[in-house]
Design a protein around this ligand. Structure first.
Ligand SMILES: [Zn+2]
Length: 388
């Protein structure tokens, strides 16, 4: 007999959402998070004051946080990207970049993230004369500082950096060279981002060819605002290791009225080759790439066994965190800790750090962390403390 009592269902490990406090303590892995999309609102204000930046819509932290979220819920990728004018505007010095990177590490560690790949575009921080190498150094210094600080507090977090080139610019090859130059210093890969329409990834083919020849890793923002051609180019022309978002891959999947699923050739390829999809549910709803969390393609793709991962994209603009994204998914799709662990292991397997380090984090942090939370949740339910 199948029980519909939520407690019994939760005890059987089905369909009851995982409580947020448990999700927060679960060891999580984040592959897609923009440094300039994750500033603390108060830090934006502090840095604006320090640097004489005049254009902030508010100097009250909670009002500013609301402004970012409102602007980001406009439904268009182009307007969403406008919010970055401010976060980028206040991070034009080495000091500011170092602070933002350190705080980012602190915030992620407090959210239970054990491994994260942070990305940012050096070319956006040169307005006050910093060189791109100085920008990379400043962020690395902030990351190192944050990791040490967290270690002192008993929190173990590992960070890899991705350098992003803007797809609207023609600068990708230089950024790719920086990735290779700093590959032994904490930079683990490359990315291209920015407005998708009209700027296909093949514009930057020389950068991707260079990276492949250098045995370097890269991901490409594709299949977010734009459909299958963008995903196809990213994979088959550029050779992307992973896809940033990739939600539009569902356009190549047909689900009949009787539930029968047919994959087109591109969707089959993505699934067969285990190409990781860096999905960012809240961000996708904000930009209109998905209509709601409940109807987000992640539900179907997870069911079909695609290599799906869960990410934040821009924590400030989406007012989100890894805990929130996973909690929302657990509520929308009934995911339990097993599902959340599956997403987490997927992400760890898909990271750009060496294989042995990935395994180390899976075996020493992720699996034991989830195992003890499963026990805790079972005890909580058994003693009637509730699943909510
Ligand atoms: Zn992104």
């Amino acid at each position: 007999m199948i029980s519909t009592d939520p407690m019994a269902v939760a005890a059987a490990g089905q369909f009851a959402p995982v409580p947020e406090d448990i999700v927060r303590r679960a060891p999580k892995v984040l592959l897609h998070d923009h440094l300039d999309g994750g500033l603390r609102p108060q830090t934006v204000i502090d840095l604006a004051l320090e640097s004489g930046y005049q254009d902030l819509p508010s100097t009250d932290a909670s009002a500013l946080a609301r402004w970012f979220a409102d602007a980001a819920y406009s439904g268009s990728l182009e307007r969403y990207l406008e919010t970055f004018k401010h976060t980028v505007g206040v991070t034009q010095t080495a000091q500011a970049l170092q602070r933002v990177a350190r705080e980012c590490v602190e915030d992620l560690a407090a959210d239970g993230v054990v491994y994260a790949e942070l990305r940012y575009a050096p070319e956006l921080h040169v307005e006050r004369g910093l060189t791109e190498a100085q920008i990379v150094e400043a962020v690395l210094a902030g990351v190192d500082e944050g990791v040490v600080l967290m270690r002192e507090q008993g929190r173990q977090i590992r960070i890899g950096l991705l350098l992003t080139a803007m797809r609207t610019a023609t600068h990708a090859r230089n950024i790719a060279e920086l990735v290779v130059a700093y590959r032994d210093r904490g930079v683990v890969g490359f990315d291209i981002a920015g407005a998708e329409a009209g700027f296909p990834p093949t514009r930057h083919l020389d950068a991707f060819e260079y990276l492949r020849r250098e045995n370097a890793h890269f991901t490409i923002h594709a299949g977010e605002a734009f459909g299958l051609p963008s995903i196809w180019e990213a994979i088959q022309w550029c050779g992307a290791d992973r896809l940033g978002h990739g939600v539009r891959i569902v356009d190549d999947i047909q689900v009949d009225a009787d539930g029968r699923v047919t994959l087109g050739p591109l969707a089959s390829y993505v699934r067969d080759r285990r190409i990781p999809l860096e999905m960012c549910p809240s961000s996708n709803v904000q930009t209109g790439a998905a209509t709601s969390i409940a109807t987000h393609p992640i539900g179907l793709l997870r069911k079909l066994g695609f290599r799906v991962t869960v990410n934040t994209d821009n924590r400030l603009m989406s007012g989100t965190s890894m805990t929130r994204e996973m909690t929302l998914l657990s509520e929308a799709f009934g995911y339990g800790l097993d599902d959340l662990q599956w997403f987490t292991v997927n992400a760890m397997k898909s990271s750009f750090i060496p294989f042995d380090e990935r395994l180390g984090i899976i075996n020493t942090q992720i699996k034991p962390g989830f195992a003890s939370l499963r026990e805790e949740l079972a005890t909580r339910i058994a003693t009637g403390a509730g699943a909510g």
